[in-house]
Design a protein around this ligand. Structure first.
Ligand code: HEC
Length: 312
């Protein structure tokens, strides 16, 4: 245990502490590199050099002084991800005002506030092809991959139930965020409409294992079976638990019919014929069959077009 005797501590490494405040450091960098890029915020069209950033900071600091804010005051800053954050931070530091960043809420704000500015949060209002338009008399088996989001077939829904029962969501999210690295790794970012018939949705942010939103079709059924029974037989370094019992327990037809009826009541467009047929569809199937059916359909329902801005 290290005994702290100062208000700061240096960790291991060869870098030296600057022994200056952020305000002094900022001023020094502005003098040394006035033309260098300091702040780039793409969604606000901001691209400022240190000189420009300093000008904005001084302008805000003057305004804050005029409002009567003084050295030693505490100012809470609450807002979404924007250039204003940086300018406020530096201006308040300049005035030696304590910045109380309401940071815990920022995550939520960043996610929630933009929704207020969107005409519609469900992409299929603008892009109806995202959702499968079932014609009169068609069954769920008439649907082809890419036709659009549809309710889960009986076996898939049973797999989804097992997914929740076994707590797979504790390690796996099903929500690809709109960042380049996620896009490259997992594919097109998730749309809200893709979870339209999910009760409850499986978004989440806990990723001990990879996101599964588009895992459908990535591996063979056989791979999934091996992986579920003994993950380390296919991925030696895996920390995922074994689920060997899924291959030995059968899906119950009456249970899945009751579940579909419940879904129908809360708005999932199952027809009575879908529910009628469900028991025969899951007859003799194991929970492992159900899980594989569910995993293989994830992300395959809608064909998303990279050139469309679904979230505008
Ligand atoms: C303790 C955390 C944990 C739990 C619980 C867990 N997994 Fe995993 N899962 C992982 C990790 C880590 C990986 C990556 C290594 C591997 O492929 O085994 C993974 C990988 C996977 C993959 C392959 C994904 C890909 O893109 O390569 C699938 C599919 C999967 N898990 C399904 C499930 C299912 C279904 C359940 C529940 C029955 C489950 N997992 C439960 C941690 C977990």
């Amino acid at each position: 245990m290290i005994k702290l005797t100062k208000s700061y501590m240096t960790g291991e490494g060869s870098g030296q502490l600057l022994y200056e405040t952020i305000g002094t450091c900022f001023d020094r960098v502005v003098t040394q590199h006035p033309g260098n890029p300091a702040l780039i915020v793409r969604h606000q069209g901001v691209r400022w050099s240190y000189q420009e950033l300093k000008r904005q900071v001084d302008r805000l600091a003057t305004g804050l002084l005029a409002l009567g804010i003084e050295r030693g005051d505490r100012v809470g800053v609450w807002g979404p991800n924007s250039y204003e954050w940086v300018v406020y931070d530096l201006a308040l530091l300049d005035l030696e005002v304590t910045v109380v960043a309401l940071a815990l809420s920022v995550g939520g704000i960043v996610e929630i506030v933009p929704l207020f500015y969107m005409k519609s949060t469900m992409e299929h209002n603008a892009y109806p092809e995202v959702v499968w338009q079932r014609a009169e008399g068609q069954t769920l088996d008439d649907w082809q991959p890419g036709d659009g989001i549809r309710p889960y077939k009986a076996l898939e829904l049973a797999g989804r139930d097992v997914y929740q029962r076994e707590g797979c969501y504790l390690c796996h999210s099903q929500m690809i965020r709109p960042f380049r690295d996620e896009w490259l790794r997992y594919g097109h970012y998730s749309l809200a409409a893709e979870s339209k018939y999910d009760h409850p949705f499986q978004w989440g942010s806990k990723r001990t294992g990879p996101d599964l939103a588009r895992v459908g079709g990535k591996y063979s059924d056989d791979w999934h079976r091996k992986h579920l029974r003994a993950p380390r037989s296919v991925v030696p370094e895996s920390v995922m638990p074994n689920y060997p019992w899924l291959k030995d327990s059968l899906v119950d037809g009456a249970t899945i019919q009751a579940h579909m009826r419940g879904m129908q009541m809360i708005g999932v467009p199952y027809t009575d014929a879908d529910i009628e047929a469900a028991a025969a569809e899951v007859e003799g199937k194991t929970e492992e069959d159900a899980m594989v059916a569910y995993l293989q359909v994830l992300g395959t329902m809608a064909k998303l077009d990279e050139s469309k801005a679904y979230r505008e």
